[in-house]
Design a protein around this ligand. Sequence first.
Ligand code: GDP
Length: 532
Amino acid sequence: MINETKENKELKKEVESRRTFAIISHPDAGKTTITEQLLLFGGAIRQAGTVKAKKSGKFAKSDWMEIEKQRGISVTSSVMQFDYDEKRINILDTPGHEDFSEDTYRTLMAVDAAVMVVDSAKGIEEQTKKLFKVCRMRGIPIFTFMNKLDRDGREPLELVEELEEVLEIDAYPMNWPIGSGKNFLGLYDLYHNRIEMFRPDESNQGERFIPLNNEGAIEGEHKLKRESLYDQVLEEAMLLREAGNDFSEKAILDGKLTPVFFGSALTNFGVQTFLETFLQFAPAPTEHIDVDGKEVSPTKEEFSGFIFKIQANMDPKHRDRIAFVRICSGDFERGIDVTLARTNKKMKLSNSTQFMAENRESVKGAVAGDIIGLYDTGNFQIGDTIYEGKQAIKFESLPQFTPELFIKVEPKNVMKQKSFHKGINQLVQEGAIQLYKTYHTETYIIGAVGQLQFEVFQHRMLNEYNSEVVMTSIGSRIARWIDPEQLDENMGSSRNMLVKDRFGRPLFLFENQFAERWFSDKYPEVQLTSLL
Ligand code: GDP
């Protein structure tokens, strides 16, 4: 048996307490509200509304470093950390709306679980589907929170069915709403075999939880038993028990079964039950596989991690960037020597920050599962591995995502080609945007998954490379790659623009689905593929 050192035992204990996850949702489903509630439980913020504050102002979120400085803690940052029930929880932000970008997808590469918040009046929406796809590809557990039960929404059964159908995942309702909107009485908690009252009132001594007997009913006299909704929920619960999926922890961990919780984030109802149950099943960090198939255990003493996001400061006075590192093994200490796997370059990590640390100046006790930020002066690219010690480690590079929005770019001043090319190439390598060129004319086209990426691009070109760019929107396009062997340049047209990516691989930018279908009908033998 391996003789465990004291340090290793401590590291193991620390790593096992980590829970690192992202909350995904369609804009307005309630992600911010629920995040605030979770932070409140953890005592990380004193007052609800603090996270909300970041939503105002166009570039408000990018000003987070400034806001953090003023507040002393980083409630507004992209990573929020708090302790609850002897666990250390890291929530990674996945921005929606106009802040949606490839970073949003990449963030999902750095988490061990995902929580999906759904507006119960709306059901599964488009953006959630895309994010969900990435979670599925990674096979991480997904927990669902059906929100806004205090409002009239859709039938719970219909919501769960839609979830299973649209996302192709099995669902297991952990609890079930008793009524909704004005008639919302509470939750029938199948998992804990109890009822959780929405508004505990005097008539039942203000009790929040009512225990249920072995038949899943309230024992003895109770006011709730006189409600027709009570009979209804008993029937529904029976149906779920008989006809629903079986509960399986393994299926949850494999990402094949999503536990579904109902609740109302705004009224802070069902959130704590959700959090506690979630913590019971969400996994602690596990091993990461490197490109040689080697398993890197989170409790390996030497530090390793990968960069999943680089955030540039939008403030022209601060040119620094922050590279976000997901720690995969060991613990991080200020000043450690690491190797950057891509270049084999050795470096000392002295200037770093841990998110949500009491004192931003020091990184204390960051271990596998945690996220740290490294001040970056241009050394890092997205997907880079850094590791401590002699044993070389290189994690798989992060997947590329199929861009959906495209613009043509050119330098405003044709005399400044050099800085234009330098800037574009660096930003592409860094993973800020994707670059394409048209055949023959070599016009530069950049692609993104969110509009914000273009704005950041334009801003950084000007501020970091002194290159003013002119951007002409092409709008949204469907990008599909084609095998070069099958390509005939005459296949391109105005409705399916032929371009090549930065590796020289040919692809078409289809105007719409109709154009893509028309193409496939015309060239049935041609295989078209997309990235993720
Ligand atoms: P996000 O865009 O997903 O972060 O959504 P927000 O948390 O900002 O919520 C969007 C809107 O829905 C806000 O006006 C919230 O106050 C509201 N909201 C969030 N949760 C609930 C809820 O449980 N019930 C009701 N009625 N409104 C909610």
